[in-house]
Each structure stands twice: as C-alpha cells, then as structure tokens.
Design a protein around this ligand. Structure first.
Ligand code: NAG
Ligand code: NAG
Length: 328
C-alpha cells in the first residue's frame, strides 16, 4: 500500500513540476519574441509557409536517374557563352556527325565559346548502347542517363539536359535545346538574338511560342488524355524544335519539375514549369518549326529550320559558308 501512495505522490509532484516548468519557459519566451519581433519579423517564416516548404521538398516527380555517360568537366575551365543541348536517339549517328561538322562545330567562333551536348537515354538494344559509348569516347559530347530512351520519355531527356547545365555548367550564359533534325543559323542566334556584347539576361526564355490546347484525338502524335491534363488550354510554350533561355532557367525548370507531374510532351511540360515560375516566353518567329526549302537569302533570315537530313545539313552549311560575301 505505501508504494501506491508514494506513486501517486510522485505523479502529482511530476505534474506540478512540469506545469511550473512550462509556465516558466513560456512566459519569458513570449516576451522575448515580443521584444525581438521588430528586427526579426522579416526572417521568421509564418507556419503556413513551413508546411508549404515541407510539401515541396517531397518530390512528386523525383528525377531518380543516374548519368551513365557524362562529361562533368567539359564546362569546368571556362564558362561557355552558349550550351546547345541536342535531343537525339541512338541510331542517329549520321545526324550527330553532321551537326558536329556544321553548325554545332564548337570551334566555329574564335571569340565565342560554345558547347554542343547530345542527350540520350538507355536503349533496350545493348549493341546500340555500346556504339554510343564508343562514339562518346571519341567526341566527348554525349550525356546519357539510365532511363529507357523512347519517344514517350522525351521529357526526361530534356530534364536531364536542364539538370546537366544546372549541375555541371551553371556559369554558362545561354542554353539552346533543339533536335537532331534542325538546322541552326548560328550567326543569327549568337549575334542577332543573344548579342554577346550586351548584359546577360536572366529569367529569359524565347522560341516559337505556341498558344494551344490539348489534342484529344488518340490517333494524334500529340494526344493528351483528360486524366493527365484536364484543362482545356496549355500555358504558352515554345516549340520543342528549338528554344533558347538564359542558363539560370535550367536550374529553375529542373527544380520545378521535381514538383510537377510529368507529361510526355516535353515542350508543353517546359511551358507548365515556366508558368509556375512566372517566366513568360518571348515570341520569336525566327525559330521556324516547319520545313522550309533552302534558299540562301531565306535561310539567312531564320534561326532554326526543321526536318533537315544530315546530307541537307552539309549542303546548306557549305553553301552558306562559301557565300558569306554575297548580298541578298
Ligand atoms: C511563402 O513564401 C513565398 C516566398 O518564399 C511568398 O511569396 C509567399 O507569399 C509566402 N506565403 C505565405 C502564406 O506567407
Ligand atoms: C521511360 O523510362 C522509364 C525509366 O527507365 C521506364 O520505366 C519507362 O518504361 C519508360 N517509358 C517508356 C514509354 O519507354
């Protein structure tokens, strides 16, 4: 019996002690906060935002892939003016080579440093993976992550490019993302649009802006289901055939994508990230996203042209390079 009494006594003492302790710490704390609230108001976050941050740090769309071929030092020594990310597939050996030898040639401009990087995933055919590995050892311009390379996974490829720039080349000034069947008029891109002598822009994004909505016809290449995207309009987005942005945007888009449900249409998806970031893409009709028959004067006015075969790429490049002195 005495043990029960002493237990009860002990409990009472503990309760009182904790109540007293609570009162003693809560009072000075509240006066402390009240006293300090004027100078520290700006840095103390309201609880609302703390919850918001907690939700945001748990990725909805973790980009949980690893680089299996990488060029981590390509950018190290001196920051490039422009990084060109080219979405490509394993079999397009000729297209990559044509780009290396024409507009993607990193040594074209003596005063402007450009970097050309080809983006790939993993192929289900291991022979192709090995061929790409060999190609990479020769040219050191290929970056691969271990997601399955397919048309449906194009968004992952673009996000890999954003991640690469953000991680290994954050000091670059501008980035272009384009495809392997695009001809790029580099003179126009560099000197007319980006203007190396002017102050670098921030939160800048440009290309051929499309204001459209989802196509619900299942036969379309651009089909989008209501489940994945219920809204009737897309935010303005730049055609994936070629868009250009200040390099700070790469990190912003990559981080935003971690909290944005994945969509397989990469250009639409980038548009969704831009909307979240409050970055509005500028329209530039020089980014031609259709095929356009070659003529010297016509090609001199554009920044990109779509659907160019490797042979055409060489032909156009040679013609334009050899006729630099001609006037239109
Ligand atoms: C949360 O923080 C962001 C900036 O980090 C700010 O724009 C927003 O207004 C804050 N929201 C609340 C509810 O305080
Ligand atoms: C996309 O990549 C992921 C990760 O490798 C893979 O699980 C998925 O099957 C791929 N999707 C398609 C449609 O190939």
């Amino acid at each position: 019996m005495p043990s029960k009494v002493s237990c009860l006594y002990l409990l009472t003492v503990v309760c009182w002690a904790s109540a007293l302790w609570y009162l003693s710490i809560s009072r000075p704390t509240s006066t402390y906060v009240g006293h300090m609230s004027v100078p520290i108001r700006k840095t103390v976050k309201p609880p609302k935002n703390i919850t918001f941050t907690n939700i945001r740090t748990r990725p909805l769309n973790p980009h949980a892939f690893e680089f299996v071929i990488n060029e981590p030092k390509k950018c190290e020594s001196d920051a490039p003016f422009l990084v060109i990310l080219i979405s490509t597939t394993h079999k397009e050996f000729d297209a990559r080579q044509a780009i290396r030898e024409t507009w993607g040639d990193e040594s074209t401009f003596s005063d402007i440093r450009i970097l050309t990087i080809f983006l790939l995933g993993r192929n289900t055919d291991n022979v192709l993976n090995q061929m790409v590995e060999q190609e990479s050892q020769i040219f050191h311009d290929i970056v691969v992550e271990n997601f399955i390379d397919s048309y449906h996974n194009l968004t992952l490829k673009t996000m890999m490019g954003m991640r690469w720039v953000a991680t290994f080349c954050p000091k670059a000034q501008y980035v272009m993302k384009t495809d392997s069947d695009i001809f790029v008029n580099m003179d126009n891109l560099i000197y007319k649009l980006l203007k190396p002598t002017t102050k670098p822009r921030r939160r800048y994004f440009t290309g051929y802006v499309i204001n459209g909505g989802p196509i619900r016809d299942m036969r379309s290449k651009w089909y989008m289901s209501r489940d994945l995207y219920p809204e009737s309009k897309y935010p303005p987005f730049c055609s994936g055939t070629g868009y250009v942005f200040s390099a700070d945007v790469a990190d912003l888009i990559y981080k935003t994508s971690l909290h944005t449900r994945l969509l397989h249409l990469e250009d639409v998806y980038v548009g969704l990230c831009l909307r979240k970031l409050g970055i509005h893409p500028y329209q530039n009709s020089g980014f031609n996203h259709w095929k356009m028959a070659y003529s010297l004067c016509r090609y001199r006015r554009v920044i990109t042209v779509h659907q160019i075969s490797p042979e055409e790429m060489h032909r156009i490049w040679n013609d334009m390079s050899s006729k630099k002195h001609l006037r239109c």
